[in-house]
Design a protein around this ligand. Structure first.
Ligand SMILES: Nc1nc2c(ncn2[C@@H]2O[C@H](COP(=O)(O)OP(=O)(O)OP(=O)(O)O)[C@@H](O)[C@H]2O)c(=O)[nH]1
Length: 404
């Protein structure tokens, strides 16, 4: 909290000229009414803050910006512990996580928690912004001290690609432009890291997974033979003629037609929403998973070993607790068979013999589902390896699961 998240995002938008003239005017006006009269870039993201103060539950805030090299979506995961839930839901399909550290405080509990979650979520690239360098006289020694303690943490979490940048979000040092105040730093600016990071290799582009959202069956004579399956491709590519297997039934067929935005296409790939028609009439319903037969197949099972981030502040997760498990478009009941261990947030050690999970606890939990689900291990396929736990009575999301 208050590490400078809003200011950093504001600075990125400002320096990359992604702020509209009218927004800028409003910010200048609002800043003038404050005592120091300096432009407060945090005001850009402050719509969020006033909502939060009114106690309205906000979900993840998305901000879009671009440079000549790339388009970005920034997902704001507010820093307070209670907001970890937003971080989990927002971050499971993120390519890169920026973790902010206040240079005066160094690596804090929140840094450890967010880093653990980034690593659990398999976010492939982590950039640590050591912020407020202006408040520590742009000291190289202070930066190196923080960088070293973060590197130790990163090693334990097996974070693969790590970059640590000293910045001042307020003044713009090393955000989009190299800092004249930290000539000892010879690495890249934050923006240049964001622009160069290789994200294509992070997606699973081979294993076709398509979770059926609707069965399309127009009730008119003209279309009486039409039977399409609409949904979003979670991973991989689907081509006309591909052999497919449907889960959980394991019935097979092949793709006759793919429709994208009302037009027929030869192929479609991850994150596109399409309607698929098959060459034979097999029984498929909402929640089924269509898979390309010639690639790796998912695991079909009722027993799931998962890493869970528990998000309920009222109830604890206990052995025997029952939930609805939402995986892709399928929903099934499940119960907790065992809690193997909980992860200590400070040392990342495994604590065994755990009675129950409290808000924000991260643990390894074995679940048993009422009907089999077709999943992939999360680290192989993030889209088809993640699921959420839903409270049966309140219908609220109470846990995020990464299937192992
Ligand atoms: N001196 C200095 N102050 C900064 C810097 N970055 C942010 N601040 C100040 O730190 C305070 C908190 O900044 P915010 O951007 O609102 O922090 P936040 O992390 O978004 O805070 P929450 O939204 O409450 O989680 C503000 O007063 C900022 O002006 C910096 O690089 N240097």
């Amino acid at each position: 909290m208050d590490d400078g998240k809003s200011t950093l995002i504001g600075r990125l938008l400002f320096d990359t000229k992604n702020i509209l003239a009218d927004q800028m005017e409003a910010i200048e006006k609002a800043s003038k009414s404050r005592n120091d009269g300096e432009i407060d870039l945090a005001l850009l993201t402050d719509g969020l803050r006033s909502e939060r103060e009114q106690g309205i539950t906000i979900d993840v805030a998305y901000k879009y910006f671009q440079t000549p090299k790339r388009k970005f979506i920034s997902i704001d995961a507010p820093g307070h512990i209670q907001y970890t839930r937003n971080m989990v839901t927002g971050a499971s399909n993120a390519d890169l996580a920026i973790i902010l550290v206040d240079a005066r405080q160094g690596v804090a509990e929140q840094t450890r928690r967010h880093s653990l979650i980034a690593s659990m979520l398999g976010i492939p690239h982590v950039v640590v912004a050591v912020n407020k360098m202006d408040l520590v006289d742009y000291s190289e020694d202070r930066f190196l001290e923080i960088a070293q303690s973060y590197q130790e943490l990163a090693k334990k979490l097996q974070i693969k690609d790590l970059t640590i940048v000293p910045v001042s979000a307020l003044n713009g040092d090393n955000v989009a432009e190299a800092s004249p105040n930290m000539t000892w730093y010879t690495g890249e600016t934050m923006l240049s890291v964001l622009e160069k990071v290789n994200v294509l290799s992070d997606q699973n582009l081979t294993d076709g997974r398509f979770s059926v959202q609707y069965v399309v069956r127009p009730q008119t004579d003209e279309y009486h033979d039409y039977r399409g399956y609409a949904g979003r491709i979670q991973s991989g590519t689907f081509r006309k003629g591909d052999r497919i297997t449907v889960y959980p039934s394991e019935l097979t067929s092949s793709i006759e037609k793919i429709e994208l935005g009302g037009k027929e296409v030869e192929e479609a790939f991850a994150s596109q929403s399409v309607t698929v028609l098959l060459s034979s009439d097999i029984d498929i319903s909402r929640g089924d998973l269509i898979v390309t037969s010639d690639n790796a197949q998912p695991i079909l099972s009722q027993d799931l070993e998962t890493l869970i981030c528990w998000m309920d502040d009222r109830k604890e997760l206990k052995v025997g607790s029952k939930f609805n498990l939402q995986h892709g478009t399928s929903r099934t009941r499940c119960s907790v068979r065992s809690i193997e261990y909980r992860v200590d947030i400070n040392t990342y050690e495994k604590i065994e013999e755990v009675e129950g999970l409290k808000l924000n606890d991260v643990a390894r939990v074995v679940l048993r589902t009422a009907s089999p689900i077709a999943y992939d291990p999360y680290l192989k396929n993030r889209a088809n390896g993640a699921a959420i736990l839903i409270d049966e009575t309140s219908n609220v999301t109470v846990g995020a699961c990464m299937v192992e």
